[in-house]
Design a protein around this ligand. Structure first.
Ligand code: 8YV
Length: 327
């Protein structure tokens, strides 16, 4: 029976999700909102059949080597699994799952929101009003840049990249993308999207770059100093994926040098720390990892976690199994 399955949560999850987990399993909730300390995490993998971590837990090879043999599943609450050593888990016969699909549209909304906020100077403008500095409109004041007709280069054309492409198209942008493989022809046609095999070729030709790929060994510092230097000085850079994709110190240097017109970030290399060079800049919009933060998405993410655990517990392959070859 699944009801004896010990499911350990590392973070507090939405109430309805916790209630359901308790109904179904021997669920051990984490009652604080603070991330789990390393020692607590080490103890958790000793007693759990299923661990439910989030991005703030480093499920590395060392932690996995300390797990008791009863640990059979890591059911991540979140789509990205860069904090989990999937190879090490799979080598020990531990199944890893994530929660894709249910946060696609919300994350794409936030990416589009950042594109709008940066290009139209919305946060900078809001500050002017709030700080009582609005002394009247003038024809030449606070002009941003038009989105219609501009080229958006999406790096990583998975679910979220495609959802962003649809939005950008509705705003009149021309969609380009870099991906290991082109998307199926029908999708490319629907999105009117142009594939670039070579990121270095695409970068200097784009007005806006949005990062929508996972963080892996290959994509670490994908936006290096050299790649940032390939952007047009009028270009905007948006990141709602993972902070590790950008060399944040190099980005701060580019902003200071005026080598990039605008930046919108929802994720950071050393989250929750932010490079001080990016703070207090009018053309840099910083958000606190809000990509999936709608009540609906967080609820649905919890439901994916539950479906994955139940399917696995019933002896079937969970729908959102992550295998190393995917990364
Ligand atoms: C979450 C995310 O905030 O799903 C992801 O990969 O980054 C966000 O949805 C977080 O990961 C929850 O664990």
């Amino acid at each position: 029976s699944t009801s004896r399955l010990k499911v350990v949560l590392t973070r507090r999850l939405p109430d309805a999700v916790e209630t359901r987990l308790r109904e179904l399993f021997d669920a051990e909730l984490n009652l604080t909102d603070a991330p789990m300390e390393r020692a607590a995490l080490e103890a958790a993998v000793q007693r759990a059949d299923v661990l439910v971590p989030t991005i703030t837990d480093a499920i590395d090879a060392d932690l996995i080597s300390r797990a008791d043999d009863r640990l059979k599943m890591i059911a991540n609450f979140g789509a990205g699994v860069n904090h989990i050593d999937v190879d090490a888990a799979v080598a020990r016969g531990i199944v890893v799952t994530n929660t894709p699909g249910v946060l696609t549209e919300d994350t794409a909304d936030l990416a589009m929101g950042l594109i709008l906020a940066v290009s139209r100077r919305m946060v900078e403008g809001a500050r002017v009003v709030e700080e009582g500095r609005f002394e009247g409109w003038t024809p030449t004041w606070m002009c941003g840049r038009k989105l219609g007709g501009k080229r958006l280069g999406i790096v990583g054309m998975g679910r979220i990249g495609q959802a962003l492409a649809r939005r950008a198209r509705a705003f009149g942008m021309q969609v380009h993308y870099h991906n290991r493989k082109p998307v199926p022809e029908l999708v490319a046609e629907e999105l009117g999207a142009t594939w670039w095999d070579d990121l270095d070729q695409m970068l200097p030709r784009m007005d806006v770059i949005s990062l929508n790929c996972p963080a892996t060994r290959e994509t670490h510092h994908l936006m290096s100093a050299a790649r940032l230097a390939r952007l047009k000085p009028e270009a905007l850079l948006i990141n709602t994926a993972r902070g590790e994709l950008i060399d944040e110190a190099a980005l701060a240097a580019a902003v200071a040098a005026g080598a990039i017109a605008g930046v919108g970030l929802d994720v950071f290399e050393h989250e929750p720390a932010v490079h001080p060079g990016l703070v207090g800049r009018p053309n840099v919009v910083l958000l606190p990892h809000l990509g999936s933060s709608t009540l609906e998405a967080r609820q649905d993410m919890g439901e994916r976690v539950i479906t994955n655990i139940l399917t696995f517990a019933n002896g079937h392959r969970p729908p959102d199994r992550v295998i190393p070859a995917m990364l």
